[in-house]
Design a protein around this ligand. Sequence first.
Ligand code: CU
Length: 246
Amino acid sequence: MSWRGSGNFGGSGGSGRNDGGSAFSGGSAGGPPLIYLIGAAIAVGVIMLIIALAVGASGGAPAAAVPAAAPTDAAAAQTTVAVDAAATAAAAAAAPAAATATPNPSILTEPVGPAVTTGSGTPLSLGSDGDMLVFDTTALEATAGKLYTVSFKNNATAVQHNWVLVENSSVDTVVAAAAASMAKARNPAGAVPPGNTKGLLVAMPIVNAGESGTVTFKAPAVGTYIFLCTFPGHYAAGMAGQLTVK
Ligand SMILES: [Cu+2]
């Protein structure tokens, strides 16, 4: 009974639905165009999806290339930093060596200036004349282009000396450069001209009294050159000599 009631109800409901359904079927009466529209919409959607994928793929290549390039740049930057760090470390390692090479009077065989740092040449020996501010030898000879090793003995009991070879025209420049070095070092033992001083050919560090210094160099072109002591006041006092290159 209730089933029927429900059946009736369903019937009436069905009619109600039919009304709604008629509206629906009204749409479905224009159904074929709607299907075409849906089909067209799906087709357009598929086409757009394909286009989107294509764009995404083509756009994805640059997008992938950019990240690929970015790590490369980053790697390059890191490499640069590493190189800089290495250079800094090298400079830091070289700095103490350079700092100790010039002012340290105990490193007697360390050449200063454009001298030869390796090998040994024909000996050229001289010294200071006791406690006098002069060399015991004021004339030396050499052959152009040949390797020589100067051995200088400081025979003084207290005073420091050294041996420096210069172009004749650059004596004043070298003496002034040595004085500037001493002022910078705040120590007479720093009275050695920098290696890049104009006209400076060879220089050895300041040698303590009673000690010896050596420096090896290749003899310059044929001509005459002045060797002197760059300790303050000694060149003015006459501590110099002449090297004749033949
Ligand atoms: Cu001297």
